[in-house]
Design a protein around this ligand. Sequence first.
Ligand SMILES: CC(=O)N[C@H]1[C@@H](OP(=O)(O)OP(=O)(O)OC[C@H]2O[C@@H](n3ccc(=O)[nH]c3=O)[C@H](O)[C@@H]2O)O[C@H](CO)[C@@H](O)[C@@H]1O
Ligand SMILES: C=C(OP(=O)(O)O)C(=O)O
Length: 421
Amino acid sequence: MDSILVTGNGPLNGQIPIAGAKNACLALMPATLLSDEPLTLTNAPRLSDIKTMTLLLQSLGAEVSSLQDGKVLAMSSHDLTSHTADYDIVRKMRASNLVLGPMLARLGQAVVSLPGGCAIGARPMDLHIEALAALGAEIELRDGYLHAKAPGGLKGAVHEMRFASVGATENMVMAATLAKGTTVLKNAAREPEIVDLVHCLRAMGAQIAGEGTSTIEIQGVDRLHGATHQVVTDRIELGTYMLAPAICGGEVELLGGRLDLIGAFVEKLDAAGIDVAETDKGLKVSRRNGRVSAVDVTTEPFPGFPTDLQAQMMALLCTAEGTSVLEEKIFENRFMHAPELTRMGARIEVHGGTATVRGVERLKGAPVMATDLRASVSLILAGLAAEGETLVSRVYHLDRGYEHVVQKLEAVGAKIERIKG
Ligand SMILES: CC(=O)N[C@H]1[C@@H](OP(=O)(O)OP(=O)(O)OC[C@H]2O[C@@H](n3ccc(=O)[nH]c3=O)[C@H](O)[C@@H]2O)O[C@H](CO)[C@@H](O)[C@@H]1O
Ligand SMILES: C=C(OP(=O)(O)O)C(=O)O
């Protein structure tokens, strides 16, 4: 298993290009299943999760070609040969469940393995099931698989979700594009990745209004056609690399960065003493003066502070002046980076969903273990600012969500290398 060796090396300066969003691309790819015409995605990120989704779609009979070094995905679901998403693929990546809605809409049936829990929480599928059942789907669990059918086709309905789940919103919106009549989804998630998915579906001929608000209205159509769509910027990769100069000092420009994707996060950076300025090409980030100040952070659905940036923000706050309180409200077990950061000298106490971080002057390098995707990168960020060497093992988690992480950080002056193992 590969590891990453990081050596604290002072301020970072230069530019980092931000890729297309993993979480948008993972919802956009299953949209190919809705049409028998080609769907092409540009600005796709080069990640292992995208490869996993490629394998899943191919296992259903879709053609998926990776062009231009993986930045373009050319897909066609002209001939689907299977409606079963197998456990062997689904267990590797929870977002596999996003084939459920499209398959049900296009084929009238779908069998999708339950993804199971993951390191950060139980992550059940009840909200997806309720949303699709509202459209008339009959869904039952047998042998670890969700067996879904809609023999007479899906029918539009008014449905209010109990919680604004990102994935359940995506599944229901995709399914409703081909349902008969009008669907109104209340308490829908408002994440930019959902807005991006709707833009793509609209380019394919879907009739949808209200994306980015908590009520999405979908007028079902008979068929969707082909389209080409550019994947939105990855706001989580953006926020992660914004933290690099915040932690290490220096000034880094994030190419393609957009404030509207990351408002709540930027407010907290500002409170901590980090300047963020818009430029022609993106966002420029630098630390106002010496040490950052402690801030309290609560994770919330968009437009609140994203849970996917909580671990990285904690890495910053470990060396802040004062005490910060981080509350994780989305996932029940998303503080696994805390004991690893503690190994580097951080002072963190976790009680349930609350972590109290007492800032120390400097972290010290240590061997640490990556437990999930965002935890991995938080340890790299911490290592960049620590004294000495930090060896982050189990970095396969990192490859799910960060392309060319070593090259991107090296380009701004970081001392970082991947060690094959
Ligand atoms: C591929 C992708 O886009 N992943 C993102 C997506 O995950 P995902 O779509 O899985 O996240 P959800 O918004 O669905 O989940 C949020 C919370 O709702 C719970 N829940 C969800 C569905 C359900 O049927 N029942 C239920 O109880 C989950 O366990 C979790 O506690 O949004 C999360 C919240 O912003 C992000 O952290 C993930 O990076
Ligand atoms: C939790 C994440 O992803 P997933 O939903 O794919 O597990 C993430 O991107 O931080």
